[in-house]
Design a protein around this ligand. Structure first.
Ligand code: SAH
Ligand code: SF4
Ligand code: F3S
Length: 489
């Protein structure tokens, strides 16, 4: 899997995809009596959840620390998406053994998707764990930690149909002060056969749009310049002041009854209207749900970034059917054509691909490569299939593609993407692009780093410019992962 992290810029992109990255809390001292250390794995939604968890703990007497040795409470917010993600967390728990021996009063909690998937079993399997808390039970954390401190191990993995933490202001843990994430919905109802998320995150529910707009406005007032709206499937965002229940709304709509509904196109418009200086991004779009209405709204507002993460997973219709993605290759291509028709060539498109899904033939794998040729993705997150216990695929199909074959197919996909990314980036050379500066480049203090509308990382000499500025940059050079240029204002 290490090949997919060939370039740090690829990992750093603000996609919500599960990456092998880990984020830790920073040092903050506001005079509270206890210290929380939190480490987060997985997707951007998990990182966003850690900010909610921190907010809840802060209210209950905890400051954050960046050193787990100094913590009274250590939380690992975990991911279950692939076997390797879970293994990483288990290895990390082993590393905590030594410190727990020296400091037995320290409380260790496992949160997030692994907690939800394994429940009590985690307490049995990992002896150093004191609390296990699923993604919808974070309001209960202070109480569960209290009970652990009294020697009672505690589990809460209740999944809710309503919880969206709408009223909780996240503590921006890894913030650069310029870009921030806002969760707009939770859960997933899609049941892709390979995927554990519907089991770990529960039913899909949308958050009140007014609380979303308020959060975005607050961020803008604090100086933030970009928000990314997060959900597993943002295009199925649906909210009504009468009743926020998707099944109920759909039933009423079917009957032809009038219900006032705010859909995803309406929501991005509401956020875009806050200010032309606040950029709006979103992730992830499901190919079955992305509508022309969303594309037209993107076109209408300059500050809605022209970038769509549209995971295909496979280029072959039979495999897509086994994956229960509910679209075909032709449908997917039709959506890409709509993006190109409405938003043009400049719109960035990225994908997730899975190599070696159950029964995939060589010809079917070739169709993934030809789809990549057709779409010309700017970049992709690429994985080989990892069977997850309890999923539909684990129950119905044999994981029959040998590991070497999966890895070879994955490498072919990666090689193909590297070539396409470079070609796509070359098309930017010579253009002047508006870049939002996110900070100093990791490669040199003399350079700044930001992103263009299409979500590509742009690096250019610092001069007098500063983090948070919008600047026009003439693109002069590129690699497959990064654009290089000079500011031209
Ligand atoms: N909601 C997003 C995906 C979230 S999970 C969507 O529908 O596209 C992020 C990515 O992890 C998926 O797109 C998929 O490519 C990958 N993934 C999920 N389950 C996997 C599995 N069992 N094995 C390998 N990759 C997987
Ligand atoms: Fe998983 Fe599919 Fe839901 Fe994405 S849409 S989270 S891949 S079940
Ligand atoms: Fe995200 Fe991993 Fe859970 S990808 S939703 S943290 S399984």
């Amino acid at each position: 899997m290490d090949q997919i992290i060939q370039d740090i810029d690829i990992v750093d992109r603000n996609s919500q995809e599960a990456m092998e990255t880990v984020k830790t809390s920073k040092e903050e001292n506001t005079g509270k009596t206890k210290k929380l250390y939190i480490e987060s794995y997985g997707c951007q939604m998990n990182f966003a959840d850690s900010e909610i968890v921190t907010s809840i703990m802060k209210e209950n007497g905890y400051d954050t620390t960046s050193e787990f040795e100094n913590a009274d409470v250590v939380f690992l917010n975990t991911c279950s998406i692939r076997e390797k993600a879970e293994q990483t967390v288990r290895n990390r728990l082993n590393q905590f053994n030594a410190i727990k021996k020296r400091k037995p009063e320290m409380t260790i909690g496992v949160l997030g998707c692994m907690a939800e998937r394994l429940k009590e079993k985690l307490l049995e399997e990992e002896k150093i764990v004191d609390v296990v808390v699923g993604p919808d039970a974070y309001r209960d954390l202070p109480q569960l930690v209290d009970s652990a401190e009294e020697g009672l191990k505690a589990v809460n993995t209740f999944l809710s149909r309503e919880e969206t933490y709408a009223d909780i202001s996240p503590v921006r843990l890894n913030s650069n002060g310029v870009t921030a994430f806002i969760s707009i919905m939770r859960g997933c109802d899609n049941m892709c056969s390979f995927c554990v998320v519907p089991f770990t995150r529960g039913r899909e529910r949308s958050r009140d749009p007014h609380s979303i707009v308020r959060e975005a406005q607050d961020l803008f007032d604090q100086g933030y310049k970009e928000v990314t709206l997060l959900g597993q499937n943002v295009d199925s965002y649906k909210w009504s002041p009468e009743e926020n229940n998707k099944a109920w709304l759909e039933k009423k709509e079917k009957k032809g009854q009038e219900v006032e509904i705010i859909n995803f196109a309406n929501l991005i418009e509401m956020v875009a209207k806050i200010s032309p200086d606040l950029r709006v991004r979103f992730s992830t779009s499901h190919p079955k749900d992305i509508t022309d209405e969303v594309l037209h709204t993107m076109k209408k507002y300059e500050n809605i970034c022209k970038y769509i993460h549209l995971p295909a997973q496979s280029g072959n219709s039979r495999v897509l059917d086994l994956m229960n993605r509910t679209y075909t290759r032709e449908w997917y291509i039709n959506r890409v054509d709509a993006i190109r028709d409405i938003l043009g060539e400049e719109c960035g498109i990225s994908s997730d691909m899975i190599a070696g899904f159950c029964t995939e033939t060589e010809e079917e794998h070739q169709e993934t490569l030809t789809l990549m040729d057709y779409v010309q993705y700017d970049f992709s997150y690429m994985f080989f299939y990892s069977e997850r216990p309890g999923t539909l695929a684990a129950k119905k199909f044999e994981d029959d593609i040998p590991l070497e074959v999966k890895k070879r197919r994955l490498q072919e996909i990666i090689n193909k993407q590297q070539g396409i990314s470079l070609e796509r980036n070359k098309l930017d050379v010579g253009q002047v692009q508006r870049v939002l500066i996110e900070g100093v480049s990791k490669r040199s203090d003399e350079h700044l780093q930001g992103r263009n509308s299409a979500n590509k990382v742009v690096i250019f000499p610092r001069e007098q410019y500063q983090k948070g500025d919008y600047v026009n940059v003439k693109i002069e050079d590129c690699t497959a992962a990064t654009l290089f240029g000079t500011a031209v204002q």
